[in-house]
Design a protein around this ligand. Structure first.
Ligand code: UD1
Length: 341
């Protein structure tokens, strides 16, 4: 990169967004964040900038607000966009599907339209391994069967299709659809990390709140699966590796066109019991847990085939499960209540 490029990060005040801001700044990009702070914190943006020793331009706005977005494109020389902004809780999406379709689709359509209006041709989209069908064979390959099982996953699949069609219509467009596996961990500084609203739904933030004494015990959702220890297996990826994956995708898009799909995972599976043991190593004491019934919709095993990302992007996740747990714990014990309100 001869000259600093400017990247617009939607949802940059969130968990993955703020870590990606750090990775972008450290790679030499200028960063503009837009976020409506519905599930993010302005502190995350401030801290991300401080970690990198650079500044971030922050605009508190809704990405579905075309006029507000136009003003941002007018004020900054945007070269590319990383789009995180959206709702992401599976259970909530089942209870209130219309809100999920409205917010996630409106946000993405408005962004794509405003990018087109301002001649911005590079887009990295935050998708999810949740788009794969339960019938897809594991390890999950990008060409595997698609078939999400909840409205949140449906929105991710629909946005992938919308962006794919936009890419076909405009040959100058370069789009990366990044399918994340299970992001955990935090920046090694402990200054930014996951700050879930209310009681966490996902395994790692829940275990961490048990570790810090905010929740009494972890419910393990089933130990009678057809896996070696009976608990479900997931491909956990350190959020800093995931963030680096976005920078790699952005670099790749600078040299190519068209729509590309990449899994971002480690290719290694970890069971719930193995994850609890790893957290116990990080915190130094036992985590109270109780095995309860299965959670509806859980697949026994989810694990990425990461060969395409390794080949195309020259990227590979480097951090271990122990790194994920110790970094997440560093953040959690220093921020038991997350960011200040
Ligand atoms: C879940 C979503 C997925 C979403 C992802 C976001 C479902 C079915 N899937 O993935 O669509 O993209 O979060 O990160 O909701 N577990 C427990 N106790 C807990 C919490 C989780 O035992 O309190 C187990 C689960 O049964 C699962 C594993 O831990 O086997 C991981 O769960 P979680 O962190 O929620 O991730 P996913 O279910 O993989």
């Amino acid at each position: 990169m001869t000259q600093m490029e400017t990247i617009l990060v939607t949802g940059g005040a969130g968990y993955i967004g703020s870590h990606t801001c750090v990775a972008l700044l450290e790679a030499g990009y200028d960063v503009v964040v837009v976020d409506n702070l519905s599930n993010g914190s302005e502190h995350a943006v401030t801290e991300a900038a401080a970690i990198a020793g650079r500044s971030i331009a922050f605009h508190c706005l809704d990405v579905a607000d075309a006029e507000a977005l136009d003003a941002v494109f007018g004020a900054h020389p945007i070269d590319g966009v990383i789009h995180f902004a959206g709702l992401k809780a599976v259970g909530e999406s089942v209870a209130d599907p219309l809100r999920y379709f409205r917010v996630n689709l409106d946000t993405s359509l408005t962004l794509a339209e405003r990018m087109a209006a301002h001649g911005v041709k590079r887009l990295v989209f935050s998708s999810s391994a949740t788009v794969y069908s339960p019938a897809a064979s594991v390890p999950l390959h990008e060409d595997g069967a698609i078939g999400p099982t909840n409205p949140y996953g449906d929105t991710k699949e629909m946005i992938e299709r919308i962006l794919t069609a936009a890419g076909h219509a405009d040959p100058e467009l370069a789009v990366a659809l990044l399918r994340y596996f299970n992001p955990v961990g935090a920046h090694e500084s402990g200054r930014i990390g996951e700050d879930p609203a209310g009681i966490p739904n996902n395994l790692m933030p829940f275990i961490m709140q048990v570790a810090v004494g905010k929740l009494a015990e972890l419910s393990v959702y089933g130990d009678d699966y057809d896996t070696p220890d009976g608990t479900c297996i997931r491909d956990y990826i350190h959020v800093v590796d995931l963030a680096r994956g976005h920078v790699a995708a952005l670099r790749h898009l600078a040299e190519t066109q068209g729509v590309h799909t990449w899994n971002l995972g480690t290719g290694r599976g970890t069971s719930v019991f193995e994850m609890i043991a790893a957290v116990e190593r990080a915190v130094g004491y036992p985590i109270r847990r109780r095995v309860v019934g299965r959670r509806a919709g859980d697949q026994p095993v989810s694990c990425a085939d990461v060969s395409r990302a390794e080949r195309d992007l020259g990227w590979r996740a480097e951090r271990t499960v122990d790194n994920m747990c110790s970094d997440h714990w560093h953040w959690q014990r220093t921020h038991p209540d997350g960011f200040p309100d």
